[in-house]
Design a protein around this ligand. Sequence first.
Ligand SMILES: *Cc1c(COP(=O)(O)O)cnc(C)c1O
Length: 358
Amino acid sequence: MTPAAYAELNLGALQHNLDRVHSCAPDAKVMAVIKANGYGHGLIRIAEALKNADAFAVARVDEGIRLRKAGFSHRITVLEGFTCAEELQKLQHYQLDAVVHCLTQLDIFETGAGQQAIAIWLKLDTGMNRLGFRAEEFSAVYQRLIDCPLIKQPVNLMTHFASADDINDDKTLKQISLFEQTVAGLSGECSLANSAAILGWKSSLSDWVRPGIMLYGISPFPDATGQQLGLKPVMSLHSRLIAVKPIEVGDTVGYGGSWRCETSTTLGIVAIGYGDGYPRYAKAGTPVLINGRRVPLIGRVSMDMLTVDLGVHSDAKPGDSVTLWGEYLPVEEIALWADTIPYTLVCGVTQRVQLVEK
Ligand SMILES: *Cc1c(COP(=O)(O)O)cnc(C)c1O
């Protein structure tokens, strides 16, 4: 019997997608971004499937510690760095690399917390206006860091793009050139590119690339699917039909009665909802795959169920398998129907969905 809701993971696709990164950036080392529980796919299994990457990146210290405790000896960068001496000591103890992006972190380093030196990535804010130092203060900060005994030399240098997924926006070129000007003459390796830049902005590749979403087989661009970019989707989300019934003209479906039947048809009730991470804002018409056939979502998605219009001549029956996104139904397409990005869909799959390795 198939579970009510499960996500099938094609782990072999991760190596394929990593190969794709190498073919786009043949001279760069790869820091595989596996934050947020490996974009919802499971941190440890994703790290295992990507063990050929040169390094890993996570957002938070505890994610890095989980990887060390599971036995990974790769370099691991903590993208948000640390905010207090206690966290710095954890980075030292587990030998995790820290992103340094604000002056508080320099003060903590200089008060000499802990014993062991760690490697760092000094972050320049080139226009994202999230983490990083401004260009004007960068060289003074760099000088302070090269004098700090708790920091392994050379200091590495990074930035992050705000609009790399828009190939027509020259903001990325401005960010690249501000980065190049600011780090000119400084020693240390450089890293700029996320997935969109790896696929779309060749001049950003540099020493290290930081792919996230493309490793999971998903396009960073709103107008393309991963498959069109030579990627293979890792996650396919499945459920099953639990009821099939006719509906008459004038009847409405679901909470609020937002969908009204115009010509009599057959409804299919699918055992998955927003409690599993299927987006409640998916509009009527969002495709759902049943027995290899696309049928439209109708009415509001509820917590544990959603409804589809099977059409008059359907032979679908309770127990039939249903695909919500994945190999034959791009998650990128579902994201458009739900006014979101595919990142939120895969990250949002909830605890009760069984993750099954293919
Ligand atoms: C999440 C993240 C990445 C990866 O971004 P994708 O768009 O998923 O490729 C790279 N660098 C930083 C700093 C990030 O936060």
